[in-house]
Design a binder for this molecule. Structure first.
Ligand SMILES: [Fe+2]
Length: 506
C-alpha cells in the first residue's frame, strides 16, 4: 500500500466518522464525493439525428438529493480538448435520477465523445455519432440485437459487437426480463418475484446495466431502441397481461417509466402514465430510413387464448375463426397510418422496418397452426402492412425483427402464392435468451419454404453493412452464451441487392 492511498483511506475513515456535516472542510467533502462512483450503470447515447443525439446516464446513491445538477460535455476528441457543446441537466429523484441531455445544432456525420460530472464524480467517456445530412449516401455499419435475458447467459456477444465498432445499434426489444430469481441458473435475477412496481423495474435495469460488456457496447455507438413484452410482462397486449390482473395499466405505467429512465431517449419521449410514444423514424441521409415500430401498446388482444388467461397460445386455424377477423390490428390504426405516411414521404434508398417479432408467415402444420403472439396471430394486419409497402412503392423494404430467439432470414411475399418477394426479413436471434430445439424447427421448415435460414440454437446478433447498391448481413454467433469469455464466429452471410427483394446467400 502506498503512503498516499493509506493517507487517503484514513482521511476517508475520518470523514465518514464525522458524517460530513456542513462544517467539514471543503477538501474533505470533495474527497468523499470523488470517492463514490455515481455512474455504476455506465453511460449511453442514442436517437441519433443529423444535428443532435441523446446522451444518457443515471446517478446512483442512497444519499442523493431530490434534484442533482449534472454537467455534460461533448467533444470532437477523446481528451476533450475540443469541446463543442456542454450543459447542465437536473437529475430528479422522481425520474430515477436519470439524465437525458440532447445537444443540438451538431455537425452531421461526425463522431463525438461525451461524459458527465456530478457531485464531484466523473463518468466514463462514451463515443457517439450524428446521422449524415439529408441527401448523403455514405455507407452505414449497424447491428440488430434483442432479448438479453440475464439468467440465460453472459453478454459476451456485446463485447464482440463493441469490437466491431458499428456506427449504430438497433435494439428490438426485451432489454430486461421481468421474471423473479430462479436458483441454479448461470446468473440469477436479484429481488424476489416478478418485477411489477417502479422500484422493482428500476432495480432490474440497474442489475442489467451493471454488466461491463453491456456498458461497453453502449459506450461505442448510439442506439435506436424499441421494446417488446418483457420490458413489462410476458405476452402482454395493450391493456392486458396474460394473468388478466385488474391493475395491469398501473404495472404498465411503472414499467414504461423505468424503461424510459434507462434508455437514451429524448425528454420528448417521456411516458405520461401508462402511455409512451415509441414509434418513430430515423433518417440516415438518403441511404436509409428506419421506421421504428411498437407492436405492444396498441395491439388487439391475442386471439383464442387459453381458458381464463390472456397472452399467447398455439392454435389450429380451423378452431379459431377470430384469427382472420377483418380489422384486427398489431400496430393500432394511428401507427398504421403514420407508417404509411412515413413510407410515402421518403426518397430513402432503403426502408428498414425496425420492429419486434417475426413477420414472415410461420405455420406448424399443413392445415395452418399458428403461435398467436407474433405476426402469425395477426395475419390480416400483416396483409395490410404488406399492401401498404406495395401501394406506397416503398424503396427496398427490409424488415428487421427479434423476439423469437432464432436466426431467421425470410422472403416476404405480398401474398403467399406470389412468385417474387416484396421485401426481405432479417430476424436476429437473442443475445442470451434460450430458443426452441432445432429438430422441432426443422420438422416445420418444409411447410414454410419462404424461410431461407432458421437456426434456433444460435445466440448473438446480426451485423449489417449497407450502401446504395447492397445490404450485407453477417450472422454473428457466440461459442457458448454461458461462457463470459465466449468467442464469436460468422455462422452465415446473406445479401440483398437494391431493386431486387429477397435474400441471396453470401
Ligand atoms: Fe425475448
Amino acid at each position: 500500500m502506498s503512503p498516499t492511498s493509506f493517507d487517503r483511506r484514513r482521511l476517508l475513515q475520518w470523514a465518514a466518522a464525522t458524517a460530513f456535516g456542513t462544517g467539514a472542510p471543503l477538501f474533505v467533502r470533495a474527497a468523499r464525493a470523488a470517492d463514490i462512483d455515481r455512474f455504476p450503470l455506465g453511460i449511453a447515447s442514442g436517437s441519433p439525428r443529423a444535428d443532435s443525439v441523446v446522451l444518457w446516464t443515471r446517478l446512483i446513491g442512497a444519499d442523493l438529493p431530490a434534484r442533482v445538477p449534472v454537467q455534460w460535455e461533448l467533444a470532437r476528441d477523446e481528451a476533450f480538448t475540443q469541446v463543442v457543446a456542454r450543459g447542465t441537466e437536473t437529475a430528479e429523484a422522481a425520474w430515477g435520477h436519470s439524465v437525458h441531455a440532447q445537444p443540438r445544432e451538431l455537425a452531421p456525420s461526425r463522431s463525438y465523445f461525451y461524459r458527465f460530472t456530478a457531485l464531484g464524480a466523473r463518468s466514463a467517456t462514451g463515443r457517439t455519432r450524428t446521422a449524415p445530412p439529408a441527401g448523403a449516401s455514405e455507407s452505414l455499419a449497424f447491428a440488430i440485437a434483442s432479448c438479453q435475458r440475464w439468467d440465460h447467459g453472459h453478454f459476451a456477444a456485446w463485447r464482440h459487437l463493441a469490437d466491431e465498432s458499428p456506427d449504430l445499434v438497433v435494439f428490438l426489444g426485451d432489454y430486461i426480463y421481468e421474471y423473479g430469481p430462479v436458483a441454479g441458473r448461470v446468473r440469477v435475477h436479484e429481488g424476489s418475484g416478478d418485477a411489477t412496481t417502479l422500484a422493482q423495474y428500476r432495480a432490474r435495469y440497474a442489475q442489467y446495466k451493471g454488466d461491463a460488456d453491456l456498458q461497453r457496447i453502449h459506450a461505442v455507438a448510439p442506439w435506436i431502441v424499441t421494446w417488446d413484452d418483457h420490458e413489462v410482462a410476458n405476452d402482454y397486449a395493450n391493456d392486458q397481461g396474460q394473468d388478466l390482473a385488474p391493475n395491469f395499466l398501473e404495472r404498465r405505467a411503472a414499467a414504461y417509466q423505468a424503461w424510459w429512465e434507462h434508455m437514451p431517449l429524448p425528454l420528448s419521449a417521456r411516458p405520461v402514465r401508462a402511455n409512451a410514444q415509441v414509434f418513430d423514424r430515423y433518417d440516415w441521409g438518403a441511404l436509409a430510413r428506419f421506421h421504428v415500430l411498437d407492436d405492444r401498446q396498441y395491439r388487439d388482444h391475442q386471439a383464442c387464448p387459453k381458458p381464463g388467461r390472456g397472452g399467447s397460445s398455439t392454435i389450429d386455424l380451423a378452431a379459431c375463426p377470430e384469427l382472420m377477423k377483418p380489422g384486427r390490428t398489431l400496430l393500432g390504426a394511428a401507427q398504421e397510418r403514420w407508417l404509411g405516411e412515413g413510407l410515402a414521404q421518403t426518397d430513402a434508398r432503403w426502408n428498414l422496418l425496425a420492429q419486434q417479432t417475426l413477420m414472415a408467415p410461420f405455420t406448424w402444420t399443413k392445415e395452418g397452426r399458428f403461435w398467436t403472439d407474433g405476426w402469425a396471430g395477426y395475419p390480416v394486419a400483416r396483409e395490410r402492412l404488406l399492401d401498404t409497402l406495395a401501394e406506397r412503392r416503398a424503396a427496398n423494404p427490409v424488415v428487421l425483427s427479434g423476439d423469437v430467439h432464432c436466426n431467421y432470414i425470410a422472403d416476404l411475399k405480398r401474398r403467399p402464392g406470389d412468385a417474387a418477394p416484396l421485401a426481405t426479413e432479417f430476424c436476429g436471434t437473442s443475445i442470451t435468451s434460450h430458443g426452441m430445439a432445432q429438430d422441432r424447427l426443422d420438422a416445420a421448415l418444409p411447410l414454410n419454404p419462404h424461410i431461407r435460414y432458421a437456426r434456433s440454437e444460435e445466440r448473438g446478433y446480426m451485423s449489417f453493412r449497407l450502401d446504395p447498391q447492397r445490404l450485407e448481413a453477417a450472422l454473428r454467433v457466440v461459442s457458448d452464451a454461458n461462457d463470459p469469455n465466449a468467442s464469436i464466429r460468422t455462422a452465415a452471410r446473406y445479401g440483398v441487392e437494391a431493386g431486387r427483394a429477397g435474400a441471396q446467400v453470401g
